[in-house]
Design a protein around this ligand. Structure first.
Ligand code: PMP
Length: 396
């Protein structure tokens, strides 16, 4: 019989030549179990999704409960589905007043697409400003926001007018002018290697948006749902975004995204023409029920209050001559080493020893750490020892 690994490589479409190919049989909390009987600590939350660990009890129960009622019944926005209504209402309670209308979608990329389309409708403009080394998704609108031509050139023509700022470079905010429909920005840059935005830069971006009538779209797809210690990372700042996008951890392990803005702004997608954005499965009842249970659990758990201490513990314990820098905020932390080769070696060594870390799309010299927020302090101490041990093996 052909092994599952070979069948995986043969029949399941691949996105890279050498996927890690762990054959998962079970996942619970911060642990994954594979078919060969090995146990792994998931230090990346599969990436940035399992913020409350894999399969939290109350999320699984909510999915089972919803499964006993109904699954798909009608395309998005037509019928009253209680899990969607409750989730959107809960978000409105938790967010500033101008973020009181939620459009539920299937993924982060779709949330970005929806936000970009909405910005075009509201402003009547089509120029976008994003940051170099950002990643906002793989669909063609979101891909247009990717600065590295390695990823985007083969798919051109993409959106015609996208300008890039250097992240944390106040001067480059000059790209935001009165022709810009919107600026799309992350509060902690994800695929750029977990770089926290400076207050100075973020405020300059917000000021330029305001001055020029451009909308401020904050991509909270990796930073959201407690990852930095607040529900959304913009809540650490003085920024008032016009639109926020969420996905990844939002569904508690189920596929779910959203773009969120004011009722008045959102109305543009429902009027002249109607159906400005439509989706069959957006806000699927199972995903919405899971997302609601996940949000309630996050709020009840008090875990967001522990994020800062856990970040400090990682920083305190990750002291090693091979570590040049630790960047990021909250439980999105990146370890900078001297070279890509060292990063690859360390990641492979850690995987061999039951610890899952990862690399970044745009930053080859860093190791990604984004553990579930439920990771305990003794577990942090244990994994830091394992990381330092992996770094010991890098000595020339
Ligand atoms: N924005 C950010 C910041 C992301 O990290 C990602 C996914 N890595 C996306 C958007 C796209 O999300 P999805 O993969 O769900 O389409």
């Amino acid at each position: 019989m052909i092994s599952f690994k070979n069948q995986f490589l043969q029949f399941v479409a691949q996105t890279s030549p050498t996927p890690p190919s762990l054959e998962i049989v079970k996942a619970r909390g911060i642990y994954l179990r594979t078919a060969d009987g090995k146990r792994y600590i998931d230090l990346i939350s599969g990436i940035g999704v399992s913020n409350l660990g894999h399969r939290p009890e109350s999320v699984s129960n909510a999915i089972r409960k919803q499964l006993g009622k109904y699954l798909h019944t009608m395309v998005y926005g037509e019928y009253i589905l209680q899990p969607q209504v409750q989730l959107a209402k809960k978000l409105a309670e938790l967010l500033p007043e101008n973020l009181n209308s939620t459009y539920l979608v299937n993924s982060g990329s779709e949330a970005i697409e929806g936000a970009m389309k909405l910005a075009k409708r509201i402003t009547g403009r089509h120029k976008f400003v994003a940051c170099k080394n950002a990643y906002h998704g793989s669909t063609q609108g979101a891909l247009s926001l990717m600065s590295d031509p390695y990823y985007s050139d083969f798919y051109r023509p993409l959106l015609p007018e996208v300008y890039f700022m250097n992240y944390n470079d106040v001067q480059s905010t000059d790209a935001i002018d009165d022709e810009a429909a919107a600026v799309i920005i992350e509060i902690v840059q994800g695929e750029g290697g977990y770089i926290a935005g400076t207050d100075e830069f973020l405020i300059a971006v917000a000021d330029k948006c305001k001055k020029n009538g451009a909308l401020l779209i904050v991509d909270e797809i990796q930073t959201g749902i407690g990852r930095t210690g607040k529900l959304f990372a913009f809540q650490h700042t003085a920024l008032v975004p016009d639109i926020i996008c969420t996905a990844k951890a939002f569904g508690g392990g189920m596929p779910l995204g959203a773009f969120i803005t004011s009722k008045e702004k959102m109305q543009f997608l429902a009027d002249k023409p109607v159906l400005g954005h439509i989706t069959t499965f957006g806000g699927h009842p199972l995903s919405a029920a899971a997302g609601l249970a996940n949000l309630k659990l996050l709020l009840k758990s008090g875990l967001m209050n522990e994020v800062y201490d856990k970040e400090l513990l990682f920083r305190k314990r990750l002291v090693h001559p091979e570590i040049l820098e630790i960047s990021g905020r909250g439980l999105m932390l990146a370890i900078r080493l001297q070279s890509e080769e060292k990063v690859k070696k360390a990641i492979a060594h850690l995987l061999e020893n039951g610890v899952i870390t990862d690399w970044f799309l745009h930053e080859p010299n860093k190791i990604r750490l984004a553990p579930p927020l439920i990771i305990s302090k003794p577990e942090i101490i244990r994994v830091c020892k394992k990381i330092c041990h992996a770094l010991d093996t890098l000595k020339d």
